[in-house]
Design a binder for this molecule. Structure first.
Ligand SMILES: [Zn+2]
Length: 184
């Protein structure tokens, strides 16, 4: 079911050129903002949820180190904020797309499944996140197929080169790679 082209990973349906360009612009803007937020002490990941009319519903960065909670990944924070803004635990009626600067980890895959988010657009894949940063993304075999079974579309590797550069800078500038002590 998953189709990988030279540049992009797709779930069930291919994006039109217009949709792909829109996603590229949103992801590039997120990466630029992510780089600024890192300097303010946020973790190196940023997510944003948009409705099908293109309205921004919520945008949140990773606050694991900033707020001392291992759960506060960008996707979880954004889903929580979207639920608060829309005053619901079920985002499905709002037909939301979640844009993320990196592929969701094992926890965020679970959070996205329970949220009612309909589409996920991500930039840097988990293998590159782990290779560049040393963060652990967790075990999530066939997650794109799992999402497709739940009618959640996934589009990946969008503007990944720019995303990798932000992560590389996070590491070379000596920022914190947070994980449980004694892990591995
Ligand atoms: Zn996560």
């Amino acid at each position: 079911m998953v189709q990988a082209t030279q540049d992009y990973v797709y779930g069930k349906t291919k994006l039109s050129e217009e949709e792909l360009n829109k996603a590229r612009k949103i992801i590039l803007d997120l990466q630029a903002e992510n780089a600024e937020l890192i300097e303010q002490g946020y973790g190196p990941f940023l997510a944003a949820a948009y409705d099908d009319k293109g309205n921004l519903v919520a945008k949140m960065a990773n606050t694991v180190a900033k707020e001392n909670c291992c759960l506060w990944h960008a996707e979880v924070n954004t889903i929580k904020k979207a639920c608060e803004n829309l005053k619901t635990y079920d985002l499905a009626p709002y037909n939301l797309s979640l844009y993320v600067t990196a592929e969701p980890c094992i926890m965020c895959c679970g959070a996205i499944m329970w949220s009612g988010i309909q589409r996920v657009f991500y930039s840097v894949n988990s293998a590159d996140v782990e290779r560049i940063t040393g963060f652990d993304e967790g075990f999530k075999p066939n997650w794109i197929e799992e999402f497709a079974n739940r009618n959640i579309e996934v589009y990946g590797e969008i503007e990944a080169e720019a995303g990798r550069k932000v992560l590389e800078k996070y590491v070379t500038s000596g920022k914190e790679i947070y994980k449980p002590s004694g892990d591995r």
